[in-house]
Design a protein around this ligand. Structure first.
Ligand code: FE2
Ligand code: FE2
Length: 389
C-alpha cells in the first residue's frame, strides 16, 4: 500500500511538473535577458507568446524577493507580449537574485479581467561591478547574420572564460522580416551566452536597419540612454558605442527616402564632444570604442568600400584626439588588425570576421588590473591576434 501511495505521489509530481513546464513553455517565448546595466540599474526583458501581466521578483536574498512591475500614468503596463522591467537602484558589487513571472491575461475588459496560468522562471543571479573595479572579461560577436551555427562554433572557443558582459556588434539579427524571426534569433543568442545572468548589448549594424521589422527591433532592446549609440562604465573602463547607420548614402534608391542617417551621425558628433569632455570619460582607466562599420579602413582588401565614409568625415577630427586603447568593428566579414597610424587611425582597430564558419571570429577583451588584453579567435579556436592594450 505504501508502495502504491509512493508511486501515486511520484506520478502526481511528474505530471504536475510536466503540466507546469508545458504551461510555462506555452507562455514564455524567451528566457529573461539583462540589458542596459548602467546607473545602478539593469533592465530585465522577456517576450511571451500570449498577453500577460508580467513582473519581476528580486533581491539580495533569494528567499526574500520583492515584486516590481512597471507603471505608466498610474496604470500597470500589461496585456502585452514584450516586457521590460527596470531594477533599480541596485548596489554595485552585490549579488542579486531574480525571477520573472508572467500571468496570462485571457480577457482584459473595463470591469472584468480573466487570468490564466502564471508562468515563473527559475531564480537567476547577477552582479553589477563597483565603479573602482578594474577586472572584467567581455565577449564580442559580430556578423552572425542569423546563422546560429556560427555562434555555436565561436562560443565553443570562449565558453571557459569567466565573462561578465557580451556585445553583439551588428549584423547579428540581419534583415528582420517580422517579430517572430527576430525573437527567434535573440532568444537563441541570449540562451547561448546566458543573458539571464550576463548583460548583453545589441549594437546596430547596417543589416539591423533593413526589412519590415527593422524599426520594430527597438521594442526588444533597452538601449543605454534610449539611443542606438551611447557610453557607459563597466568598473573603471569606459565603453563608447556608435551607430554608423547604413553603408550607402541616404539618397540611394534602395532606401526610398526613408532613411536620415546624416542627421543621426551629426547627432553623434555632438554626443562625442560631450562624451570626451565628461568626467566619466576622462577619469576612466581604459577606453574602448565599439561600432559596426570600420571608419579607418583604407588598408583593407575591400578599400573600394572607402568611397562612402561619412563617419570619418564627421567624427574623424574628434576621434583623432580621443585616447581610446582600441576600436572594435565588424561588417567586412574578414578579420583585420589595423595598427595605430596605418589608416590615420589614432588607436589600434580590430575588425572581426563574420558571416561564414571560415571567416567568423570572436573577440575576448580582458582587464586584469592595469592590463587590458584583446584576443581574436576563429571557429577552430586558433588565436589570430593577441594585443596588449
Ligand atoms: Fe555583415
Ligand atoms: Fe555590416
Amino acid at each position: 500500500m505504501k508502495c502504491l501511495s509512493f508511486l501515486g505521489l511520484s506520478l502526481f509530481l511528474i505530471f504536475s511538473a510536466q503540466a507546469e513546464e508545458t504551461g510555462d513553455r506555452r507562455i514564455f517565448a524567451t528566457a529573461p535577458y539583462l540589458q542596459n546595466p548602467v546607473d545602478n540599474g539593469v533592465t530585465v526583458s522577456w517576450v511571451t507568446r500570449v498577453p500577460v501581466y508580467g513582473w519581476v521578483e528580486y533581491g539580495e536574498d533569494p528567499q526574500q524577493l520583492k515584486k516590481v512591475h512597471t507603471l505608466v500614468d498610474g496604470q500597470v503596463i500589461c496585456n502585452d507580449f514584450i516586457h521590460k522591467i527596470r531594477l533599480e537602484p541596485l548596489i554595485p558589487g552585490k549579488t542579486y537574485y531574480y525571477r520573472v513571472c508572467s500571468r496570462e491575461i485571457l480577457s482584459y475588459k473595463a470591469y472584468s479581467k480573466e487570468f490564466g496560468h502564471t508562468a515563473v522562471t527559475e531564480i537567476r543571479e547577477f552582479r553589477l561591478p563597483s565603479p573602482e573595479e578594474s577586472d572584467f572579461t567581455a565577449l564580442i560577436f559580430n556578423d552572425i547574420h542569423k546563422k546560429h551555427e556560427l555562434l555555436d562554433a565561436l562560443f565553443e572557443q570562449v565558453k571557459e572564460y569567466p565573462y561578465d558582459l557580451v556585445f553583439f556588434n551588428g549584423d547579428c539579427i540581419d534583415d528582420p522580416a517580422d517579430q517572430e524571426q527576430a525573437v527567434r534569433s535573440i532568444a537563441y543568442y541570449n540562451r547561448k551566452v546566458g543573458a539571464d545572468r550576463i548583460p548583453v548589448f545589441y549594437l546596430r549594424g547596417n543589416h539591423e536597419i533593413r526589412n519590415a521589422y527593422s524599426i520594430g527591433l527597438r521594442e526588444l532592446f533597452d538601449y543605454v540612454g534610449d539611443k542606438t549609440y551611447g557610453a557607459f562604465n563597466w568598473g573603471d573602463t569606459r565603453f563608447v558605442m556608435l551607430d554608423c547607420g547604413e553603408d550607402k548614402p541616404d539618397d540611394h534608391p534602395v532606401y526610398y527616402g526613408l532613411n536620415d542617417f546624416a542627421q543621426l551621425r551629426l547627432d553623434q558628433a555632438g554626443f562625442l564632444k560631450r562624451e570626451f569632455a565628461s568626467k566619466a570619460f576622462k577619469k576612466s582607466a581604459k577606453k574602448v570604442l565599439i561600432h559596426h562599420i570600420p571608419i579607418y579602413r583604407s588598408s583593407l582588401p575591400d578599400a573600394d568600400d572607402d568611397r562612402f565614409n561619412p563617419c570619418k568625415e564627421l567624427w574623424g577630427d574628434l576621434l583623432s584626439r580621443a585616447p581610446f586603447q582600441v576600436a572594435l568593428n565588424g561588417h567586412t566579414h574578414r578579420f583585420a588588425h589595423i595598427p595605430a597610424g596605418t589608416d590615420s587611425n589614432p588607436f589600434p582597430v580590430v575588425v572581426g570576421g563574420g558571416n561564414s564558419l571560415e571567416r567568423a571570429t570572436v573577440m575576448v577583451l580582458q582587464r586584469q588590473g592595469k592590463q587590458m588584453t584583446l584576443r581574436v579567435l576563429n571557429t577552430g579556436g586558433e588565436e589570430l591576434l593577441k594585443l596588449d592594450l
